[in-house]
Design a protein around this ligand. Structure first.
Ligand SMILES: [Zn+2]
Length: 110
């Protein structure tokens, strides 16, 4: 199964939303050139023939379906962030609970 870095996944999510490279660059706060580099690596990682095919491969690999429109958990919170949005109330509450659980776990493991 294809493995993408967080950076490549952010780009894939925005490509799936129909963003151009310029829009992706603005949303992620990086240069267009950096978007192009990530896109190239993303296509290689997914063994995709182009942007449209990359979206298809992303769904096939479960990268897009599993994460799309997900709210109320840590993954949802991360997605808001990757889209440059303010996380919704559900996701913020879930993230707080998630962080508390992590802290609790590391304390009891120590
Ligand atoms: Zn949310």
């Amino acid at each position: 199964m294809s493995r993408l870095t967080d950076r490549q996944r952010d780009v894939l999510l925005l490509i799936a939303e129909g963003c151009t490279n310029t829009e992706i660059a603005r949303r992620l706060g990086i240069s267009v050139r950096a978007v192009e580099t990530r896109t190239t690596r993303l296509l290689i990682a997914l063994d995709a023939r182009g942007r449209a095919n990359a979206v298809h491969c992303g769904y096939q690999a479960g990268i897009l379906t599993a994460e799309k429109r997900r709210h109320g958990d840590h993954a949802g919170f991360r997605q808001h962030e990757s889209r440059g949005e303010r996380p919704c109330t559900d996701c913020r509450a879930a993230e707080t609970a998630y962080k508390r659980a992590i802290r609790h776990r590391s304390r009891s493991a120590a």
